[in-house]
Design a protein around this ligand. Structure first.
Ligand code: NAD
Ligand code: ZN
Length: 375
């Protein structure tokens, strides 16, 4: 969830008393089919000594796959397989960090995350928590991180979340699902190798890809929009249209979706997401529904807020024969509905971006309940 409270955003009109945030960007990126093969040489200058390993956190979907044999492991480097079945948790980060500290006599040279948003977020969080004391849950929020993380590299294997460019790592904590938003969170290096996307199932490709599409629609239709966000959002949207409504060959489709995700992430860095994300956050909190599919489940019912976006979404869904599950909220207790609505309405900047300063006059608990009932 890219809940971006750290913007003191006003539409950029050059008001003398407006304070603008100074955002970090990924300082190094390599793009191209097969670029994963350069990982060894990219890591080499960052190796401190033979006792300080590179740790590769990789989605366990790759366990039996050739990709693992291509990981440039030397000295005491370690490959750690992690399931992406569930979204990352602060407790999980704390456990991984404790194990690393126990096993090695000094800090690792770096952390390399290989996978989707789940693994990228875990890699960011582990890199941060190796240098910052306490539990990851203490840093959920904005700019609470005190010390720079260790060197960390992100290698996406599925495209859409924009986690590869963002300055947050979204974690489920004991009390809330919230990102560790900080200038130290952003990756030091990203490797964009479209070949790595080849094995993604059609459904998952669609759900995670729609996260990007929805980022664009919410950013471009938001009141926080400015030329920075618009320039990235429009490009990402064009790329999504080519990927999901065009007839591209598979290689071109992967290349373009990878860049759509990047631009979509950049677009929301300096603006904000909107209604679908606010509501999907509630779904995820109460039911554990994952980010991509959660956004789709909500977005299909948001004609009132994003008429053109929902029409396009339905066209894309039909073209690819995606049937969304139904009855997700059926049988939920009153208390569960209340929590879902409370969590969603708590996303104040998202609502304000979507509907303006008077958003409370437009949206009500009853209205949210009616939408959730349809899911
Ligand atoms: P994911 O990492 O949860 O993976 C989804 C599924 O795809 C998993 O089953 C995984 O094993 C599989 N998969 C990934 N790559 C594959 C490949 N190449 N071949 C076959 N299967 C593959 O997916 P996601 O949608 O990218 O990430 C969702 C997570 O990202 C959520 O936890 C969400 O909170 C987070 N997120 C973070 C940000 C951010 O800015 N940090 C932004 C949006 C979402
Ligand atoms: Zn998203």
């Amino acid at each position: 969830m890219e809940f971006n409270k750290d913007l003191e955003v006003q539409p950029v009109t050059g008001k003398a008393n407006t304070r603008y945030r100074n955002f970090p960007m990924v300082p190094r990126v390599i793009f191209g089919a097969g670029s994963f093969g350069q990982l060894g040489e990219i890591l080499m200058p960052h190796r401190k000594n033979s006792d300080a390993p590179m740790l590769f956190l990789i989605d366990d979907v790759f366990m039996q796959q050739e990709l693992v044999s291509r990981i440039p492991r030397i000295f005491n480097d370690q490959i750690i397989f992690i399931s992406a079945e569930e979204e990352p948790k602060t407790e999980q980060v704390d456990t991984i960090v404790a194990e690393i500290i126990k096993e090695y006599s000094e800090l690792p040279s770096g952390i390399v995350g290989i996978g989707g948003g789940t693994l990228l977020d875990l890699a960011k969080a582990v890199a941060l928590m190796l240098t910052n004391k306490g539990s990851a849950s203490e840093y959920q929020g904005w700019d609470l991180v005190q010390k720079p993380s260790i060197y960390h590299v992100g290698i996406p294997t599925i495209s859409g979340t924009g986690a590869e460019v963002s300055r947050t790592t979204v974690l489920m904590g004991p009390e809330m699902k919230l990102g560790i938003n900080s200038d130290y969170t952003t990756f030091d290096q990203v490797i964009l190798d479209p070949e790595l996307l080849a094995g993604v199932s059609k459904e998952q490709w669609f759900y995670t890809g729609m996260d990007c599409f929805i980022h664009c629609i919410e950013s471009l239709n938001g009141t926080y929009l400015n030329a920075f966000s618009q320039s990235y959002g429009e490009k990402a949207l064009d790329l999504c249209m080519e990927v999901f409504l065009g007839d591209l060959p598979p290689e071109a489709s992967r290349d373009k979706l990878m860049m759509a995700s990047w631009h979509g992430g950049m677009s929301i860095a300096y603006s904000q997401v909107g209604v679908a994300h606010a509501m999907s956050y509630g779904l995820s909190y109460v039911l554990g529904v994952k980010h991509g599919i959660g956004n789709c489940l909500v977005f299909q019912h948001l004609q009132e807020f994003y008429p053109e976006g929902v029409a396009l979404f339905n066209k894309m869904r039909q073209k690819h024969g995606i049937i969304l599950p139904t009855g997700i909220c059926k049988g939920l207790s009153e208390a569960q509905f209340e929590t879902m609505i409370r969590v969603s309405l708590g996303m104040q900047p998202l609502w304000e971006n979507a509907l303006g300063k008077d958003w409370r006059k437009i949206i009500s608990p009853e209205k949210l309940r009616a939408i959730y009932n349809k899911i």
